[in-house]
Design a protein around this ligand. Structure first.
Ligand code: ARG
Length: 459
């Protein structure tokens, strides 16, 4: 088959080379963006008088026919035509004849592919921010249901201080908010038009890039043609925002796996989001959470892969850059899948409120409050720490918790202890005592809830 660039060659491309260098297998995902970009480009060529109006019209109609064919699954993409750009151009020429060859006037595949990637990621970014927002809503819904559910708070995975389960869930809402903000912020750099940069140096035709930008709704234009075709920062930025998002989801996954184990029994994931074992009939495994945690690895891999591809590249375009696509597509698919599953899985999760409360009561997570109690009676904190440490040791030896000790037992450790300690140590009071801004007291968590509910995500 003759190549669009075949003029300078005396031999056909080696079959293996053709297969190795083609990207049509994966970049066909860009077909819509490629046609959108071409429609804008040819409209601009017409407006600038570079192509006559009738050619522009013929090309536009041809592109629309090609789009319809692809849409209906009638297009036959070929490896011989290498990538989506040349496959579409070839289909256009087959459709309308040699006039189709005028489309590529004043353009290169280098600015074309960069434009396609910008258009594609721009669209996907909006969708992702919406998905993140929905997951935040699921978490907020559970937080509302659990505004009086107490859970042990952990450090070092050792029980530390009791907290509201709502407080715990809202921490994830806050992380996801940063993820959404990072994606929204990247908009400034995604929504920039490379088209018009040509192969690397600009074009000899009197094009109007501002007009193309307007047609494609880009806020700005790359000011340097070399940069326009060499820049993949926006993809790195996306991959790094995606990596952090996966980090957050993966931490939640880890907690869900722990919490749904018999050892914790804090939550029960809905049957629809769990799977069984082929041998052990009793099993109900939190596979989704495990797999999202596992897939975090490939997203990090895609980020490191992209950075590595770029690090040694001389300006401007190099074929290496074709490697920007699979990692980006794969990451989009991975996070799309993870978010889409998490939204209903979190919403349908059953919370073992009683189990959580019991766990928070049968431990020493009120020990800090006992120390604070002594501080309020005038004892320096360091001494109070020592007294309570001894009291806890005594409890462990006696197989008791702090609330089980009698007043006489307390008095062995300090005569500052009085009857009101029992109230101080009550788990709900312990939670509500942390009433400074951002703390776990119900009053503060309600404030957080109100704040997070009104967060609006707009790009
Ligand atoms: N398939 C190529 C890519 O994805 C398109 C750009 C090709 N440009 C070139 N000069 N070979 O990067």
């Amino acid at each position: 088959m003759s190549k669009l660039w075949g003029g300078r060659f005396t031999k056909a491309t080696d079959q293996l080379v053709e297969e190795y260098t083609a990207s049509i297998q994966f970049d066909q995902q860009l077909w819509k963006e490629d046609i959108t970009g071409s429609l804008a480009h040819v409209t601009m060529l017409g407006k600038c008088g570079i192509l006559p109006a009738e050619d522009v019209e013929t090309i536009k109609q041809g592109l629309k026919k090609v789009a319809a064919k692809i849409e209906q699954g009638e297009a036959e993409f070929t490896i011989a035509n290498e990538d989506i750009h040349m496959n579409i151009e070839k289909m256009l020429i087959d459709e309308i004849g040699p006039v189709g060859g005028k489309l590529h006037t004043g353009r290169s595949r280098n600015d074309q592919v960069a434009t396609d990637m910008h258009l594609y990621l721009r669209e996907q970014t909006i969708e992702l921010v919406e998905l993140i927002s929905k997951l935040q809503q699921s978490l907020i819904g559970q937080a509302k249901e659990n505004i009086d559910t107490i859970i042990p708070g952990y450090t070092h995975l050792q029980r530390a201080q009791p907290i509201l389960f709502a407080h715990h869930l809202l921490a994830y809402v806050a992380m996801l908010q940063r993820d959404a903000e990072r994606l929204m912020d990247s908009w400034k750099r995604i929504n920039v038009l490379p088209l018009g940069a040509g192969a690397l140096a600009g074009t000899t035709f009197p094009i109007d890039r501002e007009y193309t930008a307007e047609l494609l709704k880009f806020d700005s234009i790359y000011m340097n043609s070399l940069d326009a075709v060499s820049d993949r920062d926006f993809i790195v930025e996306f991959l790094s925002a995606a990596s952090l998002l996966m980090t957050h989801l993966s931490r939640l996954c880890e907690e869900l796996v722990l919490w749904s184990s018999d050892e914790f029994s804090f939550v029960e994931l809905d049957d629809a989001f769990c799977t069984g074992s082929s041998i052990m009939p009793q099993k109900k495994n939190p596979d989704v959470a495990e797999l999202v945690r596992g897939k975090t690895g490939r997203v990090y891999g895609n980020l490191v892969g992209m950075l590595t591809v770029l690090k040694g590249l001389p300006l401007a375009y190099n074929k290496d850059m074709q490697e920007d696509k699979e990692g980006m597509f794969d990451t989009l698919e991975t996070i799309h899948g993870a978010l889409s599953l998490f939204i209903p899985m979190i919403a349908t999760m059953k919370v073992g409120k009683e189990k959580m409360r019991q766990a928070a009561q049968q431990d020493f997570s009120n020990a800090t409050d006992l120390a604070d109690y002594l501080v309020n009676k005038g004892l320096p904190f360091r001494q109070a720490h020592e007294v309570v440490g001894k009291t806890v040791l005594y409890c462990i030896q006696q197989n008791k918790y702090l609330l089980d000790l009698t007043m006489d037992e307390y008095r062995q450790f300090s005569d500052l202890f009085e009857d009101d300690i029992y109230q101080t140590l009550d788990v709900m009071n312990v939670v509500n005592a942390r009433d400074a801004l951002g703390g776990t007291a119900q009053r503060q968590v309600e404030k957080q809830l109100a704040y997070m509910e009104q967060l609006k995500q707009t790009t």
